[in-house]
Design a protein. Structure first.
Ligand code: CO
Length: 485
């Protein structure tokens, strides 16, 4: 097995708050918690999950303060993970694994069975509440200090829908969370909603869009005025989803002749202003979007087709590929002219993109951070960190032999710590797997220069994660704050 295979292995035991050895000097202002989520349990008894995205969710917590770092991890406690960890069997349908071969159960409970969710994709905040997310619209709340599971956040509304994204956006104007659900039925539709971030999670329908064959959309775009659903031609017949008995994603079909459809919905009145067609492509992740003089700019990490999903089956990954690479692309939509044009933003491949989200989401921006593959090669896993200047395609790279970094999270320097106010003044945090020592470390880069500032060593390999957030602490003089609690 290639060295990166350690990233797809379950860690032996949970880790309870250990202090990590730090090399270099972490700036004093970096005070808070990096919370990350990802699949971490892949084997069950004598069998196993089939796909990377099926692994049972583990939360990771890097508490950073006064130059020190403490690490802990913990499995989310859900009916799905209880079956796996205690009964040692797979009981519930995942992204690409379905244990149910019984026709009766298959017919009557395809969506009910997905209720005991395994939210292994992302982390978000509903005000003061922290939630783990996946593509089933049932967030699971957890305690950010202990990583203890608190329970499913069940919405008390009639929005419906069986599929959503683990990438809600913050409305760049109001601060509300915005997301969509896909409602599968004879009259399937996408339902875009908003959710205020205070009080009880309440969703409010913003608009709907009918669709015969819903697309697999892992994320979407938001601008000051619009939501843009980018329908890649990986689509599903809802009846097949209900009746085929195949795992969720294996019901989808790649239909490049449909092209990619950009559904532009006005958040003011929920009306779809335009549906524009562009060349077929596939993406998991949007980078950013904004509007300018009647045109819309949509940046995303585009694959030529949807074969990346097959490439992420564990057998294929552990056998060493090949791993298709995504290109950072910019699509310019002109609703007036009805045109879509696309151009690459840089020569490097890019996945798991992050930006200075609080400052630039839905607005023109300059820098994107992500992971990529050295020279765009497909015979290794993601093995470098990439910073792209989207204005001119300039790139900075960080890489180390035999090392595999995860999603780089940008943390802006607080006011007073820099003199320029540039978009890239801050730090980039990434968990890196080092195959030679079978261990991982938290890497801290200067976001401007992409040079290493510090690293904190974990004594074992941390499975590859998907997404996470950095939660800043208020600096209070005279207290130790979060760290060491
Ligand atoms: Co994602």
């Amino acid at each position: 097995m290639a060295g990166f295979g350690l990233g797809f292995q379950s860690p032996g035991e949970e880790t309870h708050a250990v202090e990590l050895a730090v090399r270099g000097r972490i700036p004093e202002w970096l005070s808070g918690v990096l919370l990350r989520n990802g699949p971490a349990k892949f084997e069950v008894g004598g069998t196993g999950f089939r796909h990377w995205f099926d692994g049972q969710a583990m939360l990771h917590r890097f508490a950073i303060g006064r130059g020190r770092v403490e690490y802990a991890n913990r499995y989310l406690d859900t009916p799905s993970s209880q079956a796996v960890l205690q009964e040692r069997r797979i009981r519930y349908q995942e992204f690409a694994t379905d244990p149910c071969r019984n026709m009766f159960a298959r017919f009557f409970t395809p969506f009910l069975r997905s209720r005991p969710v395994n939210p292994n994709v992302n982390i978000s905040r509903f005000g003061d509440r922290f939630v783990a997310l996946t593509e089933t619209p049932l967030p699971v709340e957890f305690a950010p200090d202990t990583l203890a599971t608190l329970g499913v956040v069940d919405y008390d509304d009639r929005l419906g829908g069986q599929f959503t994204t683990a990438h809600p956006h913050q409305d760049p104007v109001t601060g509300d969370l915005v997301n969509y659900v896909t409602h599968f039925s004879r009259r399937s539709e996408y339902r875009v909603y908003r959710q205020r971030t205070d009080g009880t999670p309440q969703r409010e329908l913003l608009g709907r869009h009918r669709v015969d064959e819903p697309a697999y959309m892992h994320s979407f775009a938001i601008t000051a005025r619009y939501v843009v659903l980018v329908e890649f031609p990986l689509v599903v017949n809802p009846y097949r989803l209900l009746l085929s008995g195949r795992p969720f994603i294996e019901n989808y079909r790649w239909k490049p002749e449909r092209g990619t459809r950009f559904v532009v919905m006005d958040r003011e009145d929920g009306r779809v202003r335009a549906v524009l067609s562009g060349p077929a492509c596939f993406a998991f992740h949007h980078i950013n979007a904004w509007e300018e003089k009647g045109r819309l700019f949509i940046d995303l990490c585009a694959y030529q087709d949807s074969s990346i999903i097959e490439a992420l089956y564990l057998d294929t990954l552990r056998a060493g590929g090949p791993l298709p690479q995504a290109s950072p692309m910019r699509y310019c939509l002109d609703p007036e002219a009805g045109t879509v044009t696309g151009e690459p933003l840089a020569g490097e491949s890019l996945e798991l993109p992050r930006i200075a989200y609080q400052q630039r989401n839905g607005r023109p921006y300059r820098y994107a951070y992500g992971v990529g593959s050295r020279d765009g090669r497909t015979d290794d896993f993601l093995n470098q960190l990439v910073k792209i200047d989207v204005r001119d395609g300039g790139t900075l790279l960080w890489r180390e032999e035999g090392c595999y970094p995860g999603e780089p999270v940008f943390v802006a320097a607080p006011p007073g710590h820099d003199a320029h106010g540039a978009e890239d003044e801050g730090l980039v945090l990434a968990v890196v797997l080092r195959s030679a020592t079978a261990s991982s470390y938290l890497l801290v880069l200067d976001a401007r220069t992409f040079q290493e500032v510090a690293r904190a060593e974990v004594s074992h390999a941390v499975p590859f994660g998907l997404h996470g957030i950095f939660v800043r602490h208020q600096l209070r003089s005279g207290t130790r704050g979060e760290f060491g609690s």
